[in-house]
Design a protein around this ligand. Structure first.
Ligand SMILES: [Mg+2]
Length: 269
């Protein structure tokens, strides 16, 4: 288990993304919601922020300089629908449980049969305990289940979260993940940190990991990369994080990506 973060990261220094991109081959990890897409109540249709898709395509077209993975709590097929498939871009879904490689196709990092009975018990609990029509949205992601409460009464949501956490505490295969206006029931054996480690190992070539993320589940990746990567938390209000730096919006994420793109475009080595 990683410890809780205590320090507030400083702002991302101007020019650092450009410098790193000209000095290293990069493995760029991008969370989706809140990082390259604005948080919206309409979770099924969260669109990427303007310009980011073109930037990802430009960077992915230079595989000797950039490898790119989108890494999200969403299912990979949902990510593919919202962002579109781009040649060379790996999609990591369900917080690291699903990896969809551009060449090799989709694979799972845990055996689903080991999780299903436990997840079925959670599905059943949610069916019995979540009031219909009260602003809650249950998102069943097959290998995890999320309860969104962006539109629900805050007191009711907080009571329900506590009860769900208590229920899941007794299930050894599962763990609770708290995100932005969402509580998720996840496999204990997969998280974004493990996924990042696996992809870095498999990538073969020495690359610097650069990771942008905004959520609690991204902390596992920030922690995994704390000695070796450039990690950036996306947050309007600065808060403690294992990330090395912070930016305040998805717009600043795209600016950093544009910096990296421009720095390597003129690089003729
Ligand atoms: Mg996010």
């Amino acid at each position: 288990m990683r410890p809780l973060p205590a320090e507030i990261p400083p702002p991302l220094p101007a020019g650092l993304p450009a410098r790193l991109a000209s000095d290293h081959a990069i493995f760029l990890f991008l969370d989706y919601d809140g990082t390259i897409s604005e948080i919206t109540p309409d979770i099924a249709n969260a669109a990427p922020v303007p310009g980011v898709r073109d930037l990802v395509a430009l960077l992915a077209a230079r595989p000797e300089r950039f490898r790119i993975a989108l890494i999200s709590g969403r299912q990979t097929r949902m990510l593919a629908r919202l962002f579109g498939i781009i040649n060379g871009v790996t999609l990591v879904g369900n917080h690291g449980l699903e990896i969809m490689d551009p060449q090799a196709g989709p694979r799972l990092t845990v055996e689903p049969a080991l999780l299903m009975p436990a997840l079925d018990a959670v599905r059943d609990w949610l069916r019995r305990n979540v009031p219909c029509e009260a602003g809650f949205v249950i998102e069943d992601k097959h290998l995890s289940v999320a309860l969104h409460y962006r539109l629900a009464d805050p007191d009711l949501a907080s009571r329900l979260r506590r009860r769900l956490s208590e229920f899941v505490e007794h299930i050894p295969e599962l763990v609770i993940g708290e995100g932005k206006m969402v509580i998720e029931v996840l496999s204990r054996h997969a998280n974004k940190g493990e996924a990042v480690r696996a992809l870095m190992r498999e990538s073969g070539q020495a690359r610097l990991a650069v990771y942008f993320g905004d959520d609690v589940t991204d902390e596992d990746a920030f922690w995994a990369l704390r000695d070796t990567g450039m990690t950036v938390k996306v947050c309007k209000e600065p808060s403690p994080s294992w990330a090395k730096y912070r930016v305040s919006s998805p717009f600043e994420v795209t600016s950093a990506m544009a910096e990296m793109e421009a720095a390597t475009r003129t690089d003729r080595r």
